[in-house]
Design a protein around this ligand. Structure first.
Ligand SMILES: [Fe+2]
Ligand SMILES: [Fe+2]
Length: 166
C-alpha cells in the first residue's frame, strides 16, 4: 500500500511547481516586452521581469526554511499558458490587437501564480509554518498588483486614442 500523503506533502511539492513556473515566466517576460507595441506595456513587462527574479529568490528562501533543495518540477499548466502567449505573439504580430492579446496572456499567468501563492499561504498557516508566510505574501501582493496594472493597460489599449480613462 502506498504511504498516505498529507497536506504536508502537498506543501512540500507545490513550491517546486511555482518555482518552475516563475523560472519559465522569467524567460517569457523579456519576449513579451519585445513584442509589446506600447511603451507602457513594454516597461510593465520588464518591471515584472525584475520582480519575478526577486520572487524566485524568495522561493529559494522558502525552500531553505523547509529544508529542501530549491528544485522545480515541470508545471504543465504554466507551459500551456505561456505557449498560448507565444501563439498570440505570432498570430497577432503587427496587428492593433497584439497588446490586448499579450495582456490577456500575462493576466492568465498572474492568476495562475496568485492561485498557487494563495494556497501556499493557507497551507503554511495551517501547518504552523508561519515563518514562510511573509515571503509568500510579499510575492502574492506583487502578483496581484501586476494583475491590476494589466487590467488598467487593457483599458488603455482598448481605447483607440490610447487615452486613459480618468
Ligand atoms: Fe511571479
Ligand atoms: Fe507574476
Amino acid at each position: 500500500m502506498a504511504t498516505e500523503k498529507t497536506i504536508n506533502d502537498l506543501f512540500l511539492d507545490t513550491p517546486k511547481d511555482i518555482y518552475f513556473a516563475e523560472k519559465q515566466t522569467l524567460k517569457a517576460l523579456p519576449k513579451m516586452a519585445r513584442a509589446a507595441q506600447s511603451e507602457e506595456g513594454r516597461a510593465g513587462f520588464l518591471k515584472h521581469r525584475d520582480e519575478t527574479q526577486g520572487q524566485i529568490e524568495r522561493l529559494e528562501q522558502v525552500f531553505e526554511l523547509i529544508g529542501k533543495p530549491a528544485r522545480g518540477k515541470t508545471c504543465e499548466a504554466i507551459q500551456g499558458i505561456l505557449a498560448e502567449g507565444e501563439e498570440i505573439m505570432e498570430e497577432y504580430k503587427g496587428s492593433v490587437a497584439l497588446d490586448a492579446g499579450l495582456i490577456s496572456a500575462a493576466q492568465a499567468v498572474e492568476h495562475y501564480e496568485s492561485a498557487r501563492y494563495g494556497t501556499l499561504i493557507a497551507w503554511a498557516n495551517q501547518l504552523g509554518l508561519k515563518v514562510a508566510v511573509p515571503l509568500l505574501q510579499a510575492t502574492l501582493t506583487e502578483e496581484d498588483a501586476t494583475d491590476k496594472k494589466l487590467t488598467r493597460l487593457a483599458e488603455v489599449s482598448d481605447n483607440p486614442k490610447g487615452k486613459r480613462a480618468a
